[in-house]
Design a protein around this ligand. Structure first.
Ligand SMILES: N[C@@H](CCC(=O)N[C@@H](CS)C(=O)NCC(=O)O)C(=O)O
Length: 225
């Protein structure tokens, strides 16, 4: 049982402004908060994520990973699903409800997130601005196509299934990467994101991620000058 283990999640001690509040350890923190499981945070200094200690926990040198007693897991979707199995806030008891939650969890990661991540790559990381500008409209169109389908699903309902589940947690986390102007064209989806981020567990998780960024801002600003 996770409740009997010491839990610790990896996170960065600072990231640039555009990524603050969006780093994927947030999903794990949010799930742990919803499940009422206490946890520690192992902060990684920027630039050390590819070093051996983190590679032993996360083969791609990324965050998050979750240490659970003697065990460890990586990939935010896998970790969040593992936590959900021990939380009736995140998963209903009936098999059909659990299947629906797992389907939406994968939909968030496999269907909604890829074009959103691609846009972030073009906007924030690409070094070829000409190619990025050329590809951008196609990627924006792909995001909007996915959002139209979600908008249909969410019309007249609070959550993707009969109640809040881990599927909503992941969908809400992914949709937070979409800018508010775009979301404004999808009112049911925008209201859904608002419902997600209004949850006390989300707010606690977000505050936890942001706290070290504020503390370390000045130090990184002087290092990056
Ligand atoms: N599929 C992975 C993606 C993890 C990921 O992209 N992590 C980013 C932060 S949000 C990261 O650690 N980037 C730093 C790097 O790749 O060096 C998951 O969901 O856990």
């Amino acid at each position: 049982m996770l409740r009997d283990c010491e839990l610790s999640v990896t996170a960065f001690d600072w990231v640039p402004g555009f990524a603050q509040g969006l780093v994927r350890d947030l999903r794990v923190r949010w799930a742990l908060e919803e499940a009422g499981l206490p946890y520690e945070v192992d902060l990684l200094a920027q630039g050390t994520q590819g070093d051996a200690p983190n590679l032993a926990r996360q083969p791609f040198g990324q965050v998050p990973s979750l240490k659970m007693g003697d065990g460890s897991m990586f990939e935010s979707g896998a970790i969040v699903w593992r936590i959900a199995q021990e939380s009736d806030v995140l998963l209903p008891p009936d098999p059909a409800g659990r299947d629906a939650a797992l389907s939406w969890l994968f939909a968030a990661l496999n269907t909604i997130e890829p074009p959103i991540s691609m846009l972030a790559q073009l906007d924030f990381f690409s070094t070829d601005t000409e190619a990025a500008g050329r590809l951008r409209p196609e990627i924006v169109a792909a995001i909007r196509l996915r959002l139209s389908a979600l908008e249909r699903e969410l019309a007249g309902r609070d959550w993707l299934a009969d109640r809040f589940t881990v599927g909503d947690l992941m969908m809400g986390a992914v949709l937070r990467m979409v800018d508010r102007d775009t979301l404004g064209d999808f009112p049911a989806t925008a209201a859904y994101v608002d419902r997600c981020i209004d949850r006390p567990a989300f707010r606690k998780a977000l505050a936890g991620q942001l706290q070290p960024f504020a503390q370390n801002e000045a130090r990184y600003a002087s290092m990056l000058q």
